[in-house]
Design a protein around this ligand. Structure first.
Ligand code: DC
Length: 235
């Protein structure tokens, strides 16, 4: 019997979803899947193929891109994390740039792209034992997941986190520019027609404005222990 569970983590941009998801996956020896990276990967391809410059809304432009798409996750020993490969190219670093970040919300609104990526994400969860983060995991990709978390934090704390990340990457960017982008993405993510970011009724909300990663992990493992006890499972 498969005792593993699916942990779905949704929430606002830069709310610390991936940091938390990575730590949980390490402790449980589960796979970590960052679905935002997939939307970023398609954005990268769209920029390279100059689809943004022609007609973004003509889905015919995306058909050849979507038909052959192939995502793989591989462990990176040096970085102690998973790298994401798109069509055998390691895109882990390139997709974090502000150039991609500024365009990704547009890509995430296209129904055919969401459909295709949702299908790939469901396949990743076939054998359970995964922690997946994104915007629509709890209510759309895995509505039956055993643990659903919804993360939020103040605009200032989230902007500062993203600003620090980008500075570390060596990007010339101001805090105000990052904050503007996060506010813009919040609006785009919550107001799009298909699978907008929203908290499902059975998810547990974590506002980590004033919480350390250890405090968040304690909370999560209390929840996991409760699930184990109630369902008599090992996880
Ligand atoms: O988590 P992130 O910042 O890497 O996500 C990039 C964008 O992708 C974000 O603006 C919204 C979109 N996204 C989405 O629409 N659905 C998901 N499951 C994950 C991300």
């Amino acid at each position: 019997m498969n005792h593993k569970i699916i942990i779905a983590i949704d929430g606002y941009s830069s709310s610390g979803k991936s940091t938390l998801a990575k730590e949980i996956s390490k402790k449980l020896k589960y796979k970590y899947i960052d679905t935002g990276a997939m939307y970023r990967g398609i954005t990268l391809l769209a920029i390279r193929k100059k689809i943004f410059n022609s007609d973004l809304w003509n889905i015919q432009n995306f058909m050849p891109v979507l038909r052959d798409i192939n995502f793989k996750l591989r462990w990176n020993k040096k970085l102690n994390g998973t790298d994401i490969f798109l069509n055998e190219e390691n895109i882990q670093s390139e997709i974090r740039s502000l150039k991609i970040t500024k365009k990704v919300s547009l890509i995430a609104q296209i129904p055919e792209i969401r459909e295709k990526l949702t299908l790939i994400q469901k396949n990743f969860g076939e054998k359970k034992g995964i922690v997946m983060d994104g915007r629509d995991i709890g209510h759309s990709v895995f509505p039956k997941s055993e643990l659903k978390i919804f993360m939020k934090g103040s605009i200032e704390v989230r902007s500062y986190r993203r600003y620090q990340d980008l500075k570390k990457r060596g990007e010339e960017v101001s805090y105000e520019e990052v904050k503007k982008n996060i506010i813009h993405r919040d609006i785009m993510d919550t107001s799009r027609k298909i699978s907008p970011l929203k908290k499902s009724i059975d998810s547990i909300e974590i506002d980590n404005t004033f919480l350390s990663i250890e405090e968040q992990l304690n909370l999560i493992f209390q929840l996991i222990n409760k699930i184990k006890k109630n369902n008599h499972i090992i996880v």
